[in-house]
Ligand binder design. Structure first.
Ligand code: AMP
Length: 284
């Protein structure tokens, strides 16, 4: 595995790989099994696998969150090498945002205004869109791999790639979970043991609602109201729990077609997000 820090080095490292298939996994590091599942998919489908690790300052809405974001670069490099990564791109902020940087990829409309956009501010997805475009243009992969855990990010990235005609296939991999169902996240390392066990209520609520929907309950409002109450009882502070259209992220009142159940909640000082697909069934 080669570690490169500049776009020029990255391009030089990838020049001999052009012509073969290049798979790319963009991350903010503090690698866990969720990232590794993306790397495994990339390894399976491609001749060359590129991993980027960049804690993108422009997508953080809170300086404290950025400062506290876990950074474990040495361990990440070991994990990446054993996952079969060929090129690790780990630039610093000045490489991606040099002095005079003035361009932002701005996505408009409800897909960035709702859910995470509403809670974190629209600058969050501008930051995501801008860095993803920069990374995609630097790597020029055939396929870029993203996790279903960040469902809204996937919707935004698909929109950006389509709108800007970026020639890349977007592959989405399922959410990787711990044994108790909690979605793996770099932020989970910040949870105390007590918070960690309270956080397990999040996937429990998602699973219970998904089961109720499969059994024929289609009343999104009532299901979410019960779910919110369960979260609060468990010591989790929900920000939103909503049933939305998987493509437009518009709210759905009746779960009469496949839908996405999305949640954001704070446990202690840690904000967590998760989602599951809802497949209606039963008596309809
Ligand atoms: P991050 O480092 O948090 O920016 O995540 C990098 C990529 O890994 C994104 O595409 C995430 O959606 C994906 N990812 C993060 N956590 C998980 C998970 N538990 N399962 C699957 N993919 C994940």
């Amino acid at each position: 595995m080669r570690t490169v820090r500049t776009i020029a080095e990255l391009r030089a490292a990838l020049a001999p790989a052009r012509g073969g298939r290049i798979g790319f996994v963009p991350t903010m590091g503090a690698l866990h099994e969720g990232h590794l599942s993306l790397l495994r998919a990339a390894r399976e489908d491609n001749d060359t696998v590129v991993l980027s690790i960049f804690v993108n300052p422009t997508q953080f809405d809170q300086a404290a969150d950025l400062a506290a974001y876990p950074r474990t670069e040495e361990r990440d490099a070991e994990l990446a090498a054993s996952a079969g990564v060929d090129v690790l791109f780990a630039p610093d902020a000045a490489e991606l945002y040099p002095a005079g940087f003035a361009t932002t990829v701005r996505v408009a409309g409800s897909i960035v205004e709702t859910l995470e956009g509403a809670h974190r501010g629209r600058a969050h997805f501008d930051g995501v869109a801008t860095v993803v475009v920069k990374l995609l243009l630097s790597v020029l992969p055939d396929t870029a791999y993203f996790g279903a855990k960040d469902a809204q990010q996937v919707v935004v990235v698909r929109r950006v790639v389509a709108d800007l005609d970026v020639p890349v296939r977007i592959a989405v991999r399922p959410t990787s979970r711990d044994d108790d169902g909690l979605a793996r996240s770099s932020r989970n390392t910040r949870l105390s043991p007590d918070e960690r066990s309270r956080a397990a209520a999040i996937p429990r609520v998602l699973t219970a609602i998904a089961a109720a929907v499969t059994a024929g309950d289609a009343d999104a409002e009532a299901l979410c109201a019960r779910g919110l109450a369960t979260l609060v009882e468990a010591g989790v502070a929900p920000e939103y729990l909503a049933v939305v259209d998987p493509d437009t992220l518009e709210p759905m009142r009746a779960v009469d077609r496949p839908a996405l159940l999305v949640v954001a909640a704070t446990v202690g000082a840690t904000r967590l997000i998760d989602n599951v697909l809802l497949a209606p069934g039963g008596r309809r």
